[in-house]
Design a protein around this ligand. Structure first.
Ligand code: VG1
Ligand code: CO
Length: 553
């Protein structure tokens, strides 16, 4: 034992921190850092201690713990179990091999009346010793921790002096079992079963199954992350898709080199398979922790903002939503495609800041059924997280019902509602100082462009988005710079809260074409005036030295 350690009366090992744990506030989705950063002595332990000191109901409560299988997952679960025991948690529910997707964790928290859950994942960031690691915290409603809870945890980390942990043998996570650590119960369950049951209650599996067995080839790419076991059981074992439908289906510590971000850049193999007109009719991929989804049809990429609109417009195809929707919500940078659908359906459409936590109050208070983000996230009130495989099943259910190709469904949608051309341009790993200066420069000049021309249109409004929660009245300012034009087009600028190297600047571009207009343009061409206007106004190329974005979606 080092001089900084001693045993408490209850025989917990108390470790005094040599240097206080100071870190920035957890970002859009928990604490996310390089794996190496997490390997610094006492780093993970300090953050877990802050969680266990702050989360309401820890003593005597039930906690759900799991992760996406990346390097550090098992070690992280081991540390959390021993620390939870020292904090007198009554029971921890964890999973075989520690494999638990974010939406499945949300479901387990809700069905077990848990006080919350800890998900070890850096989501769509790459993994392995050279990649990233992360800790996501969810509250008792199953959703990402609220702003007030993360603020309290952050405050706690700043004054933390010691943490406590039980010295015990590490638990074997290879198969379902029950153990005890000190007086705490540990239940290891199959992390897939409950989630599959939930899906079975939402969708008509028989209908999907008989449809996909008839000449409808699917390719699903799990990118060697958490969704592999879920997708294999769902698509291949239950729905009867042929073996091999699920690619990269084995969760690996470094994702086998895949970058588990389901977009056209990082899921390129799948995109090539579908967009080059092979025998596949439908393609999908999910991210590291299984909450995001990318949908592809033959020669057709479905933009996530459009995906939310299509799910909303066709929700009656799904048994669980056949009685209508309470309302819908989208994050501010997500396109307004869903707004026009909501209008036609006569339901409310809310606009929230980026991050799933902001949908929580609307879902909990029964004001919305579906919600989504432009970043490949869609979900419903079945859990309190975005849910990748749920979205895949939703799409399959619609296609089975309508018996048409994805591409035809999109054309039909646009020719009814019009098309919101949309693209996101990401500039990754910019020097942080330069990125902040760029952002602040734009922010300081926003008021000066109101009423003036921008991309041949007139600026109606330009501001930094402030959100007032319609349920609890809480106000969240500074959620992204918006330039709104008089023809409904917009440009939004944000700095990412999930990157780990320098800063990531995101530019969101949107322009509407009515049903009678040209609905089949290349989005980059349809948006080129906005792209040029924002580059010259924000001086992106000049300040970053980057002539083009790292990722275009
Ligand atoms: C990104 C996305 C955001 C999403 C968040 C967490 O955040 O833009 O829409 O909610 O990731 O997703 P940012 O701050 O980098 O833009 V995940 O799949 O990490 O839970
Ligand atoms: Co994710």
């Amino acid at each position: 034992m080092s001089p900084q350690e001693f045993y408490s009366e209850d025989n917990y090992r108390v470790v005094t921190l040599e240097t206080p744990f100071t870190d920035q506030k957890p970002g859009t989705s928990g604490l996310r850092k390089s794996t190496k950063h997490f390997q610094t002595a006492n780093y993970l332990e300090s953050f877990v201690e802050a969680i266990l000191q702050t989360l309401p109901g820890v003593e005597g409560g039930v906690l759900v713990v799991g992760g996406d299988g990346r390097f550090g997952n098992r070690k992280g679960i081991d540390v959390i179990l021993k620390m939870a025991a020292a904090h007198r948690v009554q029971k921890v529910i964890t999973t075989v091999n520690g494999i638990l997707s974010t939406p499945a964790a949300s479901h387990l928290i809700r069905t077990n009346n848990a006080i919350g859950g800890i998900i070890l994942s850096a989501s769509h960031n790459s993994g392995g010793p050279e990649g990233d690691f992360g800790v996501k915290l969810n509250g008792a409603n199953g959703g990402p921790a609220s702003e007030s809870l993360t603020d309290a945890i952050y405050a706690c980390t700043k004054t933390l002096e010691q943490y406590q942990i039980v010295d015990s043998e590490s638990i074997n996570l290879d198969s379902p079992a029950r153990y005890k650590i000190a007086s705490m119960n540990v239940e290891i369950i199959d992390g897939v079963i409950d989630y599959i049951d939930l899906m079975q209650n939402i969708f008509d599996f028989e209908r999907i199954s008989s449809f996909i067995k008839k000449d409808f080839l699917i390719a699903f790419d799990a990118l060697n992350a958490v969704t592999g076991p879920y997708a294999k059981r769902l698509l291949e074992d239950i729905l009867g898709a042929p073996p091999g439908t699920v690619r990269n289906g084995q969760p690996l510590e470094d994702f086998g080199g895949c970058h588990p971000d389901p977009n056209l850049t990082y899921a390129k193999d799948l995109a090539d398979l579908l967009l080059n007109g092979t025998q596949y009719s439908f393609g999908a991929a999910c991210d590291g922790d299984g909450d995001r989804n990318m949908i592809l049809g033959r020669n057709c990429f479905v933009n996530p903002s459009d995906s939310l609109a299509v799910l909303t417009a066709n929700s009656s195809c799904v048994p669980a939503y056949s009685n209508g929707l309470l309302g819908v919500a989208r994050s501010m940078p997500t396109s307004s495609a869903v707004d026009v659908v909501a209008k036609e359906l006569g339901i409310s459409c809310f606009e929230t800041p980026t991050g799933w936590k902001f949908f929580g109050n609307l879902l909990d208070s029964g004001q919305i059924t579906l919600c989504g983000e432009e970043s490949f996230g869609t979900g419903s009130n079945h859990v309190r997280e975005k849910d990748g495989l749920w979205a895949v099943l939703f799409w399959l259910q619609i296609i089975a019902f309508k018996n048409c190709a994805v591409k035809d469904l999109m054309l039909e949608h646009w020719s009814h509602f019009g098309r919101h051309y949309y693209s996101r341009h990401d500039y990754e790993s910019i020097d942080s100082q330069k990125a902040y200066e760029l952002y602040e420069n734009v922010e300081s000049r926003l008021s000066s462009i109101i009423g003036y021309p921008f991309a041949d249109k007139k600026v109606l409004k330009a501001d930094n988005f402030t959100y007032t929660d319609p349920v609890d009245g809480s106000i969240t300012p500074r959620q992204g710079l918006r330039i709104l034009l008089d023809d409904g087009s917009r440009v939004v600028l944000r700095l990412s809260g999930t990157g780990t190297k320098g800063a990531t600047l995101r530019i969101y571009l949107e322009s509407f074409v009515p049903p009678q207009g040209d609905l089949t343009q290349d989005p980059q061409k349809a948006l080129y005036k906005l792209i040029h206007a924002i580059d010259s106004f924000a001086e992106i190329t000049k300040r970053t030295g980057m002539s083009k974005p790292t990722v275009i979606t």
